[in-house]
Design a protein around this ligand. Structure first.
Ligand SMILES: Nc1ncnc2c1ncn2[C@@H]1O[C@H](COP(=O)(O)OP(=O)(O)OP(=O)(O)O)[C@@H](O)[C@H]1O
Length: 889
């Protein structure tokens, strides 16, 4: 169509040119100036320039096509690159996954290898070590590989970034070129418009011009939309020029580009509809122009009008073309924006991949660490927090101590000042004293001299009157001494006199000393008797009140204790007071304890038993008796209760005593002795005389007496002491012991030997039920000191818990509370019969004399002091008279 128009224009031009040449030939000369100024020629020349512009536009179009092709090529190249990158990424990720899998496998193998059945001893210990080494090696290698790949990828990414920047620069320059061309075209259009309006005014307005005005208005609206489009284009050219990374960061580009695209699309649609309208109008104009051409053939006067119309149509066409080119430009910009968006998407994808790779690396690093390590890490963190808390506390304490030290310093400074003042005073006094001494010495010298003179005079007078000497000599021995001092001519009589007086004085001294020591002995004897009497009275009082008797035995320092630190002895007993005990707590401070009886370290098993013996005897009489040994682990509880084969303890001696008493009473009483033995280990009751060691339970006796009994417990009737020895040995074998840091054979359970003595009075038929509970408690211990872990720790916790329950029971008994918490532990529940009212109870507190155990010793003795104060009330005898009624005396 454009070719047709240009051909048409060219034809018009040649026709008009010919006519002009002919007219030129006819009119000659002066008319030429008129012709050159003819509007038709001007219009034609404008048309030609327009054609030129049009060809230029086409060139631009071609350039735009070229750019588009280039862009397409770049995009394809970019896509290819991204594809290869993506494949390489995927490949690398696959590699990493396989490495991670292998590492996980290695770690799993490492974790499970030690528990593999059959792996034991050194062999079992070596394999995990090698596995761990290999795993670690692989891990380090993979990490290095990952880091290398990471840096490589970073390099590639940098390259891509630089390429992207280069492309953006290219695009920016192209946009600028386009903008420049658009500006040029705009100015051209403006020029044409001006020219057109000028021509219009020159040629005058017709009816058709009204339409032209309408078209111009439309043209104006189109121009406005063009301006909007250009504005958008400028926005588009501005947005990409910004740093893409910034846009990504602000997360604006994608949204903005989308909005712009939508806007562009709507504008393009608008443009398209406008174009359609323009085409329609142009068709109308063309038809008009065709009409004009026809008229031109007939009516030459209308030719100008036709030309004008034609001009207008061409101008509209030009505008249309311009619009079209702008639309194309917009489209290409849109494409560019799309490509940019795509680029940005790709870049963000690359970043995502990179971050995911980093995450993978991090995840891998974290996954490599086993759950146990993580747990340890968490624990370590917790410990760290606790330690930091402790540190804060310590700092606070330190600060307080510093404050204290500062005050002490001040105090000591004051004291030093005072001491200095006192010293000055003392030195003054010393000087005065020396002066006084000197003065006295002088006086003494004078007195001695006077005495000597007097003696000499006396001696002289004696020589003159010898008869008087015999009367006066013995009466004044000091006089003789003075004489003795007299160097001048002492006579033999005087010497004799003096010697005899000296002998007499010595004899007096010796006799007075002997008298004194005799008096001392008497006093000591009296004191001892007094102490014994006091003790007896105390015991009677204790018996009346029903106090728990507390005996204390100090363990001697054995050879095995001597190689360790803190072996100095801090516990001392008083040989003159069998109830006193003193513990040196350090820094010269000591604590004195007063108990019912204290056994010094050298006390024998027999001595200890002698103290217990009356209680054992009372068991035969029908009393409930409980004797238990309490103390820290390794302090000698088992030694006191069980003893050794050659030196048996309370248990054997008590039973021996029982049998000998029974033997003594056999003419009047008949006795049945039954024995049972249990241990409480981890709050579980076990029969020590049963082979299977089944678990037992404590129940209330269904006979209605309210007594406790243990269903299923073996009660063995014993006839002789030999039999009981065997049973005791069996019970000892069955008892649970382990070695701890404190004791090589530490008893980890409470052991109870329960002896029931049923007596029948052969004369009256009265029956007595005596019970003797001999309890060897498990050692109270400080867990950190005993080095207990795992199962041992659980044991220690259970032991300490039951001892605490025992302490609570003692406390409640002491306070005469209504509720005594016997049921808080198996131990107290089982001892309920013996610790309750009307029973006789004795506790043997075992203590170590060594300095390193002073803390435990103090605890045990303080507990003993508390137990001392527990009153169970007067003991009641369990006797059933002949009539069948159960009575208590
Ligand atoms: N009076 C003593 N004379 C000689 N050796 C003693 C004496 N007291 C304790 N021993 C010895 O000390 C060691 C520990 O004593 P024992 O086992 O009786 O302590 P324990 O208090 O029962 O300890 P645990 O509570 O751990 O069972 C034993 O070897 C024991 O022979």
């Amino acid at each position: 169509m454009y070719a047709f128009y240009s051909l048409l224009v060219y034809i018009f031009y040649t026709v008009f040119k010919k006519e002009e040449e002919e007219a030129l030939g006819a009119a000659q000369g002066g008319a030429s100036a008129l012709m050159s100024e003819s509007p038709l020629v001007a219009v034609m020349s404008h048309l030609l320039s327009f054609l030129e512009q049009y060809s230029h536009l086409q060139q631009l179009q071609q350039q735009a096509d070229q750019y588009r092709v280039q862009l397409k090529r770049h995009r394809a190249q970019h896509r290819r690159q991204m594809k290869t990158l993506r494949t390489s990424y995927r490949q690398r990720l696959r590699d990493k996954n396989s490495v991670i899998d292998s590492l996980e496998e290695a770690i799993t193998t490492q974790q499970y290898t030690p528990s593999t059945p059959g792996s034991d001893g050194e062999c079992g210990a070596d394999v995990p070590g090698a596995g761990a080494g290999a795993g670690l090696h692989r891990l380090v290698e993979s990490l290095y590989g990952l880091q290398g790949e990471k840096s490589q990828l970073r390099g590639e990414l940098r390259l891509l970034h630089s390429q992207l920047e280069q492309r953006e620069q290219d695009r920016h320059s192209r946009v600028q070129v386009f903008q420049h061309q658009i500006d040029e075209l705009k100015s051209c259009i403006e020029e044409r418009e001006e020219e057109l309006s000028r021509l219009r005014t020159a040629s005058g307005a017709t009816d058709s011009e009204k339409r032209v005005v309408c078209l111009s208005a439309e043209n104006e609206s189109l121009k406005q939309s063009l301006t909007v489009t250009q504005g958008l284009l400028q926005q588009l050219s501005v947005i990409p020029s910004q740093s893409s990374s910034v846009l990504i960061k602000e997360n604006v580009l994608s949204n903005g580009a989308l909005c712009l695209l939508l806007r562009m699309f709507s504008l393009t649609v608008l443009c398209y509809s406008s174009c359609r309208r323009m085409f329609f109008l142009t068709d109308n104009v063309l038809s008009n122009s065709a009409l004009c051409l026809l008229l031109q053939e007939n009516v030459l006067s209308n030719s100008t009008l036709c030309l004008l119309l034609r001009m207008f149509s061409l101008t509209v066409l030009c505008l249309l073309l311009r619009m079209f080119s702008l639309t194309v430009l917009c489209y290409s910009s849109c494409r560019r924006v799309f490509s940019l968006t795509e680029n940005e998407n790709l870049r963000s994808r690359v970043q995502q991949l990179e971050s995911s790779l980093q995450q993978r690396i991090v995840t891998q690093t974290v996954e490599v660490e086993s759950p146990a390590t993580l747990r340890q890490l968490a624990e370590a963190r917790e410990r760290n927090e606790q330690l930091s808390e402790k540190l804060t506390n310590q700092n606070e304490k330190c600060r307080q101590l510093e404050e204290h030290i500062r005050k002490s310093d001040e105090f000591s400074c004051n004291l030093q000042h005072k001491i200095a003042a006192y010293e000055r005073e003392i030195s003054v006094l010393q000087e005065e004293l020396l002066k006084e001494i000197g003065h006295l010495e002088e006086k003494k010298e004078e007195a001695v001299k006077a005495a000597a003179t007097c003696s000499v005079e006396h001696f002289q007078s004696l020589q003159d009157h010898p008869a008087e000497a015999s009367d006066s000599a013995p009466s004044d021995p000091a006089h003789h001494e003075d004489r003795l001092r007299q160097p001048e001519e002492p006579g033999p009589q005087l010497l004799r006199l003096l010697r005899s007086s000296h002998h007499r004085r010595q004899e007096t001294d010796i006799s007075s000393y002997e008298e004194m020591s005799e008096a001392n002995k008497d006093l000591l004897e009296k004191y001892r008797k007094e102490v014994a009497l006091r003790r007896k009275h105390h015991e009677q009082l204790v018996e009346l009140k029903g106090n728990i008797r507390v005996l204390c035995r100090v363990k001697p320092v054995l050879k095995e204790d001597q190689h360790e630190e803190g072996q100095s002895v801090v516990v001392t007993t008083d040989p003159n007071n069998e109830s006193a005990l003193s513990v040196l707590k350090g820094q010269g401070r000591s604590h004195n304890f007063e108990l019912d009886r204290v056994f010094h370290p050298q006390a024998t098993q027999e001595e200890v038993f002698q103290e217990i013996e009356p209680l054992v005897t009372s068991c035969i009489d029908g009393y409930h008796v409980c004797i238990f040994a309490y103390g820290q682990t390794g302090s000698g509880k088992t030694y006191t209760m069980e003893g050794s084969t050659e030196n048996p303890g309370i248990n054997q001696r008590a039973l021996k005593h029982l049998f000998s008493e029974i033997e003594d009473r056999k003419d009047m009483w008949m006795y049945t002795v039954t024995v049972s033995s249990v241990e409480i280990y981890n709050e579980v009751l076990r029969d020590l005389l049963s082979k299977d060691g089944e678990k037992l339970d404590i129940k209330i006796n269904p006979d209605g007496t309210g007594q406790l009994h243990v269903p299923g417990l073996r009660l063995i009737e014993v006839k002789s002491f030999q039999h009981i020895k065997k049973l005791l040995a069996q019970a000892r074998r069955n008892r649970i012991t382990f070695g701890t840091q404190m004791n090589q054979h530490s008893s980890r359970s409470h052991a109870l030997l329960m002896i029931t003595v049923l007596g029948t009075d052969l004369a009256s038929g009265a029956k007595t039920t005596g019970k003797l509970n001999l309890v060897d408690l498990a050692g109270s211990e400080r867990v950190w000191k005993s080095g207990a872990e795992g199962e041992r720790l659980k044991e220690a916790q259970n032991i300490n818990r039951s001892l605490l329950a025992l302490g609570d029971v003692i406390q409640a008994l002491r306070g005469k509370e209504k509720h005594i918490p016997f049921r808080n532990s198996r131990l107290t529940y089982l001892l309920q019969d013996s610790l309750g009212k009307g029973n006789k109870t004795a506790m043997v507190v075992q203590v170590s004399a060594l300095e390193r155990n002073v803390g435990e010793t103090m605890c045990s003795l303080k507990f003993a002091e508390r137990v001392c104060k527990v009153e169970l009330g007067p003991a009641a005898r369990k006797i059933q008279r002949g009539g069948g009624s159960h009575q208590c005396d």
